[in-house]
Design a protein around this ligand. Sequence first.
Ligand code: ARG
Length: 587
Amino acid sequence: MNATQEKLKDRVEQAIVAAFGADFAGVDPILVPASNPKFGDYQANVALSLSKKKGLQPRVIAGAIVEKLDVSEICEPPEIAGPGFINLKLKTAYLEAQLNAIQADPRLGVPAAKTPNREIVDFSSPNIAKEMHVGHLRSTIIGDAIARILEFQGHNVLRLNHVGDWGTQFGMLIAYLQEVYPDALTTANALDIGDLVSFYRKAKLRFDADEAFQETARQEVVRLQAGAEDTLHAWKLLCEQSRREFQIIYELLDIKLIERGESFYNPLLSGVVEDLDKSGLLVENQGAKCVFLEGFTNREGEPLPLIVQKSDGGYNYATTDLASLRYRIQQDEAKRIIYVTDAGQGNHFAQFFQVARKAGWIPDDVELVHVPFGLVLGEDGKKFKTRSGDTVRLRDLLDEAVSRAHADLKTRLQEEERQENEEFINEVARVVGISAVKYADLSQNRTSNYIFSYDKMLDFKGNTAPYMLYAYARIQGISRKGDINFKELGNNAVLLEHETELALAKYLLQLDEFISSVEQELLPNRLCEYLFELSKKFNQFYDRNQGVQVLEAEEPQRTSRLVLCDLTARTLKLGLSLLGIQVLERM
Ligand code: ARG
């Protein structure tokens, strides 16, 4: 709900009380955007529900409310329509004043949250020595957008990378490292073991083929857990190598994250199991320590436990998550913890959330949210793969998007007979390519699967990054052409006459609604929808046939329209920046 809607809602509430008495305080006026712009901007539908209570015709109720309703500085005189809807049409002068106010506001009228929250966004979180795959790309892009929006709202956000940097696979990797790089365990220098993923594959082959090697690997796990220096050193080398790989992706995508991997919580794991035991939740089952869950059953329909310590004493992914959850609540003082992972982990989160709740570890004012997302599919509708059937390396994927954007740009320059230098071309290609990938992901409802298509995401038409970037650059083009400094346009200049001006103006004032909806529902695609619709409204306003003249217009219209241009550009820039997308002044 935006500020205007909120204000109107208050006024209707007051009018209801004035008409029917204090008993009716708190009755929801059911104030919603008008179903048809013909009837105005908003409508209050409360008369229909009140009519039963009061035993009066809805139109009579509506009449009594309207009589007491004072919205004269915001709306035209309210009208009653149909069975008893109260229609409200915003006054042009009111809209003009609102736009004049946001012109001077760097936040463009979006209020910061009234109570800043400590929020944790757990996102990206790839696994050491394994490929960062498209699932991690989604988590990275969606998590970053959510974090940016919460930060903009003034929340105190901790961006955590819960890297998978612990587990039995390290025994195998370390044993293999020892074999192929015997110096590795003693060298002080960073080690370049090349492609870690193929290293992992080779280690696995070795592991599967040789029992003696398996034994060595197991001993390495024990040594690692006991903190043996040389083994720990090898583990660090492996982590560092992966970290360098991940960092390349984070830099390409402009992502900031604090790494706090699974290993960070190692010292806390035994405490988790002890405390579960103390609260009487722990059950031993074939040597494993588990907690029984409600609502989860195995294939045979038997109750399913969550294992927190295996029979060999080892801990699980879930144990680490329980430990990290406690740490985040106690030490980080988080009030909302948001986990961004693929939908396939839905059960994992539901289960350990349940265990933590049963154990009484979640205070009432702390909210735990799993933010799931769907799969990335290839154009054939199957799992996204390279032509040869391998998993796609993220670096290759991003490079490909940039190089396609590069080629498209070259063609466009030729067609337009434009000359640009290499630096410009590379920068535009980089921004367009990366934005296209991010936007294609964010513009989908994250819960559904989506088809990864370079052609679609790089298209200048449709709900794409290039479309949005182009709308922004086009507006900057107006300022260049007219030699206008948008920052120096006069204040109080907005004058709304034309239908397309009014439509654009009203939409510009709705940004806060969309941002607060993302803040609550954690669906960044809502913001994409807004920006797409805004660009369309701008294009209608600027359209030679249906729209208005801008640079060629007479004053005072000219300045007013330039302010609308500037506000549109600033809204696009702000909105895109909240999605992690950079704009271009020219493209
Ligand atoms: N490393 C996990 C994966 O690659 C994601 C971790 C998500 N965060 C968490 N606290 N479990 O699937």
